[in-house]
Design a protein around this ligand. Structure first.
Ligand code: ZN
Ligand code: ZN
Length: 332
């Protein structure tokens, strides 16, 4: 990809470590089926590089957006939660703009937390780009939001007739893992990067052979994001039945074996939030989360309630989304 013409946010200004230390902030009142939204907002509030930026209020000082701006909304929300003396607040800053975050969101309706997360990050990215329309694609990747949350996958297709390889790159906001054949996140990641055969209907058009050929396709993480979100796919294909099994996940994850340069130094991530869906079906149930506050302690956040809990409890949940933050290494 061509180098960016403009750097919207200098990468060295992204602070991965908390700039202030405190115990957990306020809980969030449920405003009518808003647990999907409350749990996602709490996970975002305890995302260190995003929270550091929003707490600095740098965005709103420079924002010229007229009307709806998701970054201004998130900045207001995160500052309220972390600075409030009340035990819980009402998340109106976000609930009142639900249909601006995603047209399909209806007030009072239960929604999918992962969908809400994607729409929220995308609305924040749009806000970061406002005032800089007609930017080249590389420059659009230099917003603070993009640099925190977005990674790239490489899909490498190898023709089984002539061995020519072709690479494709795709941005990702979360790594979606199939858990049907895996009992742990690391096993699911191993399956994720395992080469898959393309044949029959899925044959590949090889430009060198100039015909449809059988091929092998392998996926790897090509650019590792600062914040890695992992989604454990709990909806069974076709039936949409919920897969309720326990899947183990580590507090510290080395992503290196699943990257395009699998042989390098460890690429370590620390768990800082776990979003849980409880209930027997994907279409109903309840969301809550566990997050690590800037004091290093874990809290269970279930709508308005916020309670201290230990790491063993955090690691034994029927997780839906896992949030990991890159651990700084000495040469970073
Ligand atoms: Zn703004
Ligand atoms: Zn070929």
């Amino acid at each position: 990809m061509a180098p960016p013409q403009k750097i919207l946010f200098p990468p060295e200004k992204i602070c991965m470590d908390w700039q202030q230390r405190q115990s957990a902030g306020a809980g969030l009142y449920n405003l009518g089926n808003t647990c999907f939204l409350n749990s996602v907002l709490q996970c975002l509030t305890y995302t260190p590089p995003l929270a550091n930026y929003l707490l600095s209020r740098e965005h709103s000082q420079l924002c010229h957006q007229q009307g709806f701006c998701m970054m201004c909304r998130m900045e207001a929300h995160v500052n309220k939660v972390l600075h409030s003396s009340d035990s819980a607040i009402q998340p109106w800053d976000v609930v009142s703009v639900l249909s601006r975050i995603g047209e399909h969101f209806e007030p009072g309706m239960p929604e999918d937390a992962r969908d809400f997360l994607r729409c929220t990050v995308s609305a924040m990215q749009t806000a970061c780009l406002s005032g800089s329309s007609d930017l080249d694609a590389s420059s659009q990747l230099t917003t603070v939001v993009q640099q925190i949350f977005v990674g790239f996958l490489r899909s490498r297709v190898t023709c089984l007739s002539c061995n020519m390889t072709t690479n494709f790159y795709q941005a990702f906001l979360d790594l979606s893992l199939d858990i049907q054949a895996a009992s742990s996140v690391t096993a699911a990641l191993e399956n994720f990067v395992k080469p898959k055969q393309l044949d029959g209907e899925n044959c590949f058009k090889c430009s060198k052979c100039d015909k449809m050929v059988a091929a092998s396709k392998s996926l790897t993480v090509h650019h590792a994001p600062r914040v890695l979100t992992v989604c454990l796919e709990r909806a069974e294909d076709f039936t949409n039945r919920k897969i309720s099994k326990v899947v183990e996940y580590p507090e510290c994850l080395d992503l290196r074996p699943y990257t395009s340069q699998a042989a390098g130094e460890p690429l370590l991530y620390c768990l800082y939030a776990v979003l849980v869906h409880s209930g027997d079906s994907c279409n109903e149930g309840h969301y809550y989360c566990y997050t690590k506050a800037s004091n290093g302690l874990w809290y269970k956040m279930d709508d308005m309630s916020v309670h201290y809990c230990d790491i063993d409890t955090v690691l034994r949940q029927q997780a839906y989304l896992l949030f990991y933050v890159r651990k700084l290494q000495e040469n970073d």
